[in-house]
Design a protein around this ligand. Structure first.
Ligand SMILES: [Zn+2]
Length: 58
């Protein structure tokens, strides 16, 4: 529909950790939380992320 969006979902509890348009911000999103999920407190690492990339069909 619109532009490319990323969604990062906690692999433990399924909470949406980040949703936005720039994957570079992922580190900045996690930094204040010490890399932990806000929902369940699980430690997140980039390899644990479930990243859904939604692209608009152009
Ligand atoms: Zn979680």
């Amino acid at each position: 529909m619109s532009s490319v969006a990323f969604e990062i979902v906690c692999s433990s509890c399924g909470s949406l950790v980040y949703a936005g348009y720039d994957l570079r911000y992922v580190r900045d999103v996690l930094k204040p939380n010490a890399g932990k999920c806000k929902g369940c407190g699980s430690k997140l690492s980039q390899s644990d992320f479930i990243v859904e990339i939604k692209k608009a069909a152009s």
